[in-house]
Ligand binder design. Structure first.
Ligand SMILES: [Zn+2]
Ligand SMILES: [Zn+2]
Length: 347
């Protein structure tokens, strides 16, 4: 089968590999019907994910059809259409039992697919702990509608969940990339009084204005002033930092009101400074990533009900055998790309 592979620092390559075999009774083999490229794939390519193993098949955003299951798998069966969770978790350890599945103690726990074990920019993927890692896609929900459930949408949903958003709140989201928009969609489900999105790219700002007209979109340089003007208590009640740029962590806590929650979803390339003397007396609560991706069934239900729609994020489509072109466009942010869907290879 074709598998897009992390060869070495700076180089991915489409290779021919054998179809994966089940290794454990809790494994499932999934035929990938639709995948995507995530910014984290680029982080692997450029060496900022040191635990990524050269030689692995990359890709951790995908949906597919169950081809085979081990004898210990009970929640899905061959033929089921499923979303695949970016995180592998056992469902039984201390962290899993408390919902902190990102910190699962299993050797494959956490973000393993497409990082430490073979992922889904391929024709088939082996999914360990399939009872936790796969969710059945409801009838009436398309592959494109379900594509982001296991990764960026799970991240946005988790971020909104842990941020304690209330109806009277002014919520600031920094960054309107794909994960920022997924976060926005999940924040909107909480119906806060005002949502402000800070985004420096004109293209992305326009996308938010077009699709979510009730949201106020501001530039970073005007952010502090605009947030102050739209909040009742000297800053945003909740800030979600999804940009991960050099100065956005500082912007996040500076725009927060005293006693606010600041949720850091972003994955930074560099260490960030927490200048405690500057923020002394502001009594902020910081919450940090990565995602505990254990809400996929609920997210699929919300999609089926029409409450979440991420399909506008898919701006480009390429078959697997042309994935190089897809990477070129995604990596260089060409043609107004937000997300690329990778379809099955052309026959
Ligand atoms: Zn990702
Ligand atoms: Zn666990």
């Amino acid at each position: 089968m074709l598998a897009y592979t992390y060869v070495e620092h700076g180089r991915f390559e489409l290779q021919e590999k054998p179809v994966p075999q089940l290794k454990d009774p809790h494994d499932a083999l999934v035929r990938v019907t639709l995948g995507s490229i995530c910014t984290s794939d680029l982080h692997i390519k450029h060496g900022s994910v040191p635990r990524a193993v050269p030689g692995i098949t990359v890709g951790h955003e995908m949906v597919g059809v169950v081809e085979r299951v081990g004898e210990g798998v009970t929640s899905v069966k061959p033929g089921d259409r499923v979303t695949v969770n970016v995180e592998t978790f056992c469902g039984e350890c201390f962290f899993c039992r408390h919902g902190y599945v990102n910190n699962c103690e299993d050797p494959d726990g956490g973000w393993a697919l497409g990082c430490r074990i073979d992922g889904g920019q391929a024709e088939y993927v082996r999914v360990p702990h399939a009872d936790q890692g796969l969710n059945r896609i409801p009838d009436g929900v398309s592959d494109e509608q379900a594509l982001f459930v296991g990764d960026i949408l799970a991240t946005g949903f988790w971020a909104a969940r842990i941020s304690d958003i209330r109806p009277d709140d002014t919520v600031l989201i920094i960054g309107a990339g794909p994960t920022g928009i997924c976060t926005l969609l999940c924040v909107l489900l909480k119906r806060p009084r005002q949502v402000i999105v800070c985004e420096k790219s004109e293209e992305r700002a326009r996308f938010v204005r077009e699709h979510y007209p009730d949201v106020l979109v501001v530039l970073p340089e005007a952010c502090r002033e605009q947030v102050l003007g739209h909040s009742a208590h000297g800053g945003a009640d909740v800030v979600l930092e999804v940009a991960g740029a050099d100065d956005t962590f500082r912007l996040a806590w500076e725009c927060a009101r005293p006693n606010a929650v600041v949720t850091v979803v972003a994955l930074y390339d560099r260490p960030q400074v927490l200048p405690l003397p500057d923020m002394y007396g502001k009594n902020l609560t910081f919450k940090t990533g990565g995602v505990d991706g254990c809400d996929c069934a609920e997210i699929l239900r919300l999609i089926a009900e029409g409450q979440i729609d991420t399909t506008p994020l898919i701006t480009h489509r390429f078959p697997l055998d042309r994935i190089e072109e897809a990477y070129h466009i995604f990596e260089n942010r060409l043609e107004g790309v937000i997300k690329v869907a990778i379809t099955e290879k052309q026959q």
